[in-house]
Design a protein around this ligand. Structure first.
Ligand SMILES: C[S@@+](CC[C@H](N)C(=O)[O-])C[C@H]1O[C@@H](n2cnc3c(N)ncnc32)[C@H](O)[C@@H]1O
Length: 347
């Protein structure tokens, strides 16, 4: 990795984090300075457009407009995921608290933290003071979540971390015993090799006293899956286009977003939804921070996200390869989604 894009030194993050934990109030800690974030976005856009097939990193979907659009997606009638996972949390939050005990809550990719409220209430029912550490690259979603939780639950100490997932893994040991969460089927956005790396790092960062709660979307009918990512109101299509609007705003790209079609289709072999931007006219991306031009031809597709679907009978043994064993399994009546409570196996 180019030194200028390196994440802040783990020791610096750990030190700021220790100070925040020792302090009385709630705070938000920020990672890379803004110019480094823009350079990172430009570099990743160039390498993604030059790759074969062209594929961009989905973390860039979440600027403040993207996070606001994602929140609207979760309210669309076709998008069953958020409602279903909320119902599982509503029914099982107290049981999860019983199983884990009074651990610190750490949430990766926390977004608006709305569903986490079920867990915060279950924790507060058993203790006056609770510590919650949401982690998200979206500064706006994180700020909104932190201020809402502070206003709703004065008993919760909130330390918001505006960082990437892997940057906070070294902090888990500092707050152990902890329940680390990854909800909303966010794990399904990771390609197989990325998911293996993520789980290996997660397992290596956990002590046997920590827990990992992961939400997954289960394999189901193509029609239901494709409807969820092609909502009739067109909000998911706007979410796709916003990635390129963000390039215009932050990188000076000058892309015509009207030349972009949103394509989301189910790949039944790999059991994943593939989301693409298809270009109806040739577009030249000018990446101002790099001084480079890259052209995408008419009819070409750029993959912007995947959303993998899982089968528990395969996923549970797969998790065991990383030393993660099931302590609790929670699903809805229709078996659409699942929450797995995992613990690192001893040895
Ligand atoms: C699919 S949304 C899920 C949000 C929320 N957890 C939910 O269940 O509704 C993914 C969230 O992860 C955040 N995110 C994406 N990539 C990230 C990364 N590499 N590091 C930290 N946060 C990330 C996004 O900003 C977004 O809020």
């Amino acid at each position: 990795m180019d030194a200028s894009f390196a994440s802040p030194e783990p020791q610096i993050i750990c030190r700021s984090f220790r100070d925040a934990m020792a302090g009385g109030g709630s705070v938000i800690l920020h990672g890379r300075p803004r110019p480094d974030q823009v350079q990172d976005f430009a570099r990743c856009t160039a390498s993604g457009l030059e790759a074969t097939p062209r594929r961009l990193e989905c973390r860039f979907l979440y600027d403040s407009d993207g996070s606001a659009l994602f929140e609207q997606i979760t309210q669309q009638p076709e998008y069953y995921l958020t409602r279903t996972e909320s119902s599982i949390l509503a029914a099982n939050a107290a049981r999860i608290r019983e199983l884990t005990g009074a651990v610190t809550l750490v949430e990766l990719g926390s977004g608006n933290s709305e569903k986490t409220d079920y867990l915060l209430r279950a924790w507060l029912a058993r203790a006056e003071r609770v510590c919650y550490i949401p982690v998200d690259v979206s500064e706006s979603a994180l700020a909104w979540a932190c201020s809402t939780i502070r206003a709703t639950h004065p008993g919760v100490k909130v330390i918001g971390m505006n960082y990437e997932y892997q940057e906070v893994f070294p902090l888990i040991a500092q707050v152990s015993p902890a329940l680390v969460m990854l909800l909303g089927s966010t794990i399904g956005n990771l390609a197989p090799a990325e998911m293996s790396r993520f789980l290996a790092s997660m397992a290596a960062s956990m002590t046997p006293d920590d827990y990992f709660l992961v939400g997954v979307d289960l394999v189901k009918e193509r029609s239901q899956l494709e409807a969820a990512y092609n909502d009739a109101a067109g909000v998911t299509a706007s979410f796709t286009r916003n990635l390129f609007a963000r390039m215009n705003r932050e990188l000076g790209c000058a892309i015509d977003t009207d030349a972009i079609e949103h394509v989301a289709r189910y790949d039944a072999v790999n059991e994943q939804i593939d989301i693409f931007a298809r270009f109806t006219r040739q577009q030249t991306f000018f990446l101002a921070p790099l001084g480079r031009h890259l052209t995408v031809g008419r009819g070409e597709m750029v993959q912007i996200e995947i959303s993998r679907k899982f089968r528990l009978e395969q996923f549970v043994p797969y998790l065991e390869q990383f030393g993660l064993a099931i302590e609790g399994l929670f699903t809805d009546d229709r078996k659409w989604c699942a929450l797995l409570l995992l613990r690192r196996m001893a040895g």
